[in-house]
Ligand binder design. Structure first.
Ligand SMILES: [Mg+2]
Length: 254
């Protein structure tokens, strides 16, 4: 019998995706220290930084002329920019050493040890289980080539990558890649496992996959929309699971 083909999303599915949280909090503390008694509250700095960082995804990087998107330039730069904004608001002169420190703090988000710590322990169990069934496993992740490439190296070092037949980075939509995987791997059935309904499940269903939707609380793209997504979710072409191990429990029915 031909094998099942599983396409896994990476961030929020196989890995916890709060890569930026700790460096952001450290940077907020640094900004408070720099602004002294004129500083807004920690929560206020963090909130405004969050808004700016999201906005910057679709802003143009003046150094490259390209959109920032999910590159390594956007995130540490947003920490420096929010400091700049607060300096202007409070009338305090910007300090170059502070901007350098903020950038360095931000870069910690991309460290290999941090990525390794973010891999969900269940990812190892599910990958091992599916491989033992003789299935084909693929990681399909959306994002910046360099950033996702670093994560790939971390997965390799942690010993997870050996279970996967392919690791594909989609610069934008996953749609064409779902099709590509189908043409590349022959299987009895195809599954797309992910935490973002719009990016992982919908294009998967459109290209003939069965969706395994596992919502993730830290998914900023869909947080606050879980109820609406569940109502609109295709019950015929997808299941909603609470975690990766449900795939093992339900495997024989899939
Ligand atoms: Mg995801």
């Amino acid at each position: 019998m031909a094998s099942k083909v599983w396409v896994f999303d990476l961030d929020g599915t196989l890995m916890n995706s709060d890569f930026y949280q700790k460096p952001t909090e450290e940077a907020c503390t640094e900004i408070m220290r720099a602004l002294g008694d004129k500083s807004p509250s920690f929560a206020e700095i963090k909130r405004k930084h969050g808004e700016l960082d999201k906005r910057m995804v679709y802003l143009r990087n003046p150094d490259t002329g390209k959109l920032y998107l999910y590159t390594k330039q956007r995130f540490p730069t947003s920490l420096v920019k929010i400091y700049e904004i607060f300096c202007k608001e409070t009338g305090i002169d910007m300090s170059v050493p502070v901007t350098r420190r903020l950038y360095a703090i931000g870069l910690k988000a991309f460290k290999e040890e941090r990525y390794i710590r973010k891999i969900k322990p269940q990812s190892f169990s599910i990958a091992k289980f599916l491989k033992e069934q003789g299935d084909i496993l693929v990681i399909l992740t959306k994002g910046d080539k360099r950033v996702q490439g670093d994560k790939k190296r971390a997965l390799k070092k942690a010993g997870l990558l050996k279970y996967f037949d392919d690791f594909i980075i989609a610069p934008d939509s996953k749609y064409a890649y779902f099709k590509l995987i189908k043409s590349r791997y022959e299987g009895s059935s195809y599954y797309s496992v992910g935490d973002t309904y719009k990016d992982d499940i919908m294009p998967g269903i459109k290209t003939g996959y069965f969706g395994i939707y596992i919502p993730y609380l830290l998914n900023w793209k869909e947080v606050g929309k879980f109820k609406r997504i569940e109502q609109g979710r295709s019950k015929k072409n997808s299941n909603h699971y609470d975690n990766l191990m449900e795939i093992v429990e339900k495997y024989r029915y899939l």
